[in-house]
Design a protein around this ligand. Structure first.
Ligand code: R5P
Length: 223
């Protein structure tokens, strides 16, 4: 599985060119991309990067990648990130590592966003993975009530805060056909700061099975 994570990551970082501002994802698959980019930087690749988590920022700095503060960045050239599930529509569930809020912001700012994954993440339709929801602590009881009333059976991660100091509740919704309505409803709950449904952000996916990397493009093209 790790070999496939690495294969997908190395295929995706081949898209990174000199001068790019690169969004660095979070998680074990993104870590392979960060390490691979570090190797290319050591060989002369000139890039700057923004990180979607404190953990990825640490990894990137240790790998010799120049990190800039995303607060001053309005546009990223290319973001490479992992996912917990991805389907052929390039709908993804993210956030098992709790980084989905920053990940979605950086993805939204990116001209191109690539998901990298081993084949275990590829599904016919997203929905089996837990759907993480980031909650302002002040709003916790109210938001948890609403999520429960929506059928999400929320479970708050114990002893856990996001990089922004917020709570995460993992939900189990029966994924409707109209998943966009679920995404919009969740985003509209006062006190919800973000959630792990990525429906519009992913432009391409590199998915590796037994060393064979398949590229899916939002247009439907595959290589
Ligand atoms: O919050 C975590 C991120 O969304 C990760 O990109 C996602 O959970 C995939 O992580 P991994 O590559 O470790 O499976």
């Amino acid at each position: 599985m790790n070999d496939d994570k690495k294969a997908a990551a190395l295929a995706a970082i081949a898209e990174v060119r000199d001068g790019m501002l690169v969004g660095l994802g979070t998680g074990s698959t993104a870590a392979f991309a960060i390490a691979g980019l570090g190797d290319r930087v050591a060989q002369g690749l000139a890039i700057r990067a923004v990180a979607t988590s404190a953990a990825s920022e640490r990894l990137a700095r240790a790998a010799g990648i120049l990190i800039v503060d995303f607060a001053g960045v309005s546009r990223v050239d290319l973001t490479i990130d992992g996912a917990d599930e991805i389907d052929s529509r390039l709908f993804a569930i993210k956030g098992a590592g709790g980084a989905m809020l920053r990940e979605k912001i950086v993805a939204a700012s990116s001209d191109r966003m690539i998901v990298i994954a081993d084949g275990s993440k590829r599904v016919a339709r997203i929905g089996a993975a837990k759907l993480p929801v980031e909650i302002l602590p002040f709003a916790a009881a109210y938001v948890l009530r609403v999520l429960a009333e929506m059928g999400g059976a929320p479970v708050v991660r114990a002893d856990y805060r996001t990089d922004q100091g917020n709570l995460v509740a993992d939900c189990r919704f029966t994924m409707p056909d109209d998943v966009g309505t679920l995404a919009a409803t969740l985003a509209g709950i006062p006190g919800v700061l973000g959630h792990g449904l990525f429906l519009n952000e992913v432009d391409a996916a590199y998915i590796a099975d037994d060393g064979i990397v398949t590229r899916l493009e939002r247009s439907g093209a595959s290589a």
